[in-house]
Design a protein around this ligand. Sequence first.
Ligand code: PLP
Length: 415
Amino acid sequence: MPPPRRVYLDHAATSWPKPEAVYRAVEHYQREVGAPHGRSGYREALQSNQVVERARQGVAELIGAQRACQVVFTASGTDSLNLAIRGIVRPGDHVVTSVCEHNSVLRPLRDLQDNFEVSVHYVPCDEQGRLSADDIRQALRGETRLVVVQHGSNVIGAIQPIGLIAQLLRGHDALLLVDAAQTAGHVPIDVGRLGIDLLAAPVHKGLLGPLGTGVLYLRPGVQQVLRPLRMGGTGTHSSDERQPDQLPDKYESGSHNLPGLAGLAAACDFLKARTVEKIHAQLECQTGQLLNRLEDLAAAGRADLKVYGPRPEQPMASQQSHVEGDIQGGIEESAPAHRTSVVSLTLRDYDPQELAILLEASHGIQARAGLHCAPRMHQALGTLAGGGTLRLSLGWSTTQEEIDQTVQALAALAP
Ligand SMILES: Cc1ncc(COP(=O)(O)O)c(C=O)c1O
């Protein structure tokens, strides 16, 4: 029997498929351009310069950065987070973060704790994965240098009240670093309106670019306190042994991932045409359906099925105050999203890994099982000892049929 058709529900890990234009742009770069960026003046080298600047401008427009040079290219979301955390925090500093964070935040912070006398406060979340801005306020100290929180959870989809957190940091020396790995391209983001100092994201998830590139947005002025971690050739100021100070060169030594950036430029064009607002509305609707139908299954006697995270159409109390806070602060943000398209579940008697294998073998459904690189989050949810959860994550290409198939497959496994 042929294997079942591939139902890809692992967009939180990386998006697949990419829009056709992304594949075409990568191939065009590889076959027809193939030149480095920022180093030479021949025709193809100038085309490479354009590729980089189109990708930079594209990301800047999608996240509301005023100038393209405020967007720095890195190797991945992890690389962006490492640059931001290690480039800002100094020995003796205090950092506030949350139990929801990914290991790409937890591990650099743990290293700073262990080796550089940095102290870290982990703010708890409620059972829906939501953070309280009040808890963050109470954790702040005079020596707090950085507050690091994710925008959307990669485990259960909760979206955090970023605007409110940014507001409470006004007048405080601490900078706000937002991990937007799960929201860039899936949820509208405006860094200026939200008051974000640094925003890190990979480009291979919701931004629909190829693997191998990340972005770090810097609010104007942040470059004065952010030390580069990687230094070397930039193609500019080549007689100077010191790292150039200007953006984006300060953080972009070495040759760029040009095939990846060609794909990213095409992905940004796609996202601008389709709009992130529309993609978000589609994902919100599909995720709502999936959640409601999973809850129906549980209510119909499949009580062994447990779904984690915020329910559909249920704005969080903290988001409510987020809206009010924004209005008071003159920031127009009428309807902030409250969850992403990441759904986690457990089914009693099944190990999450076993469940993932069965779903693929029987129905072609590809999902990720385990801890999703967020051990503290699973500790908070009570799912650490059981090996985590099964995570279904939807993306731009997810169809109604795929949602139906997934619910049917889970119903068959939870008789
Ligand atoms: C919340 C979160 N932060 C950071 C990352 C790291 O991104 P990357 O895999 O591009 O390094 C991920 C990736 O899964 C993530 O989900």
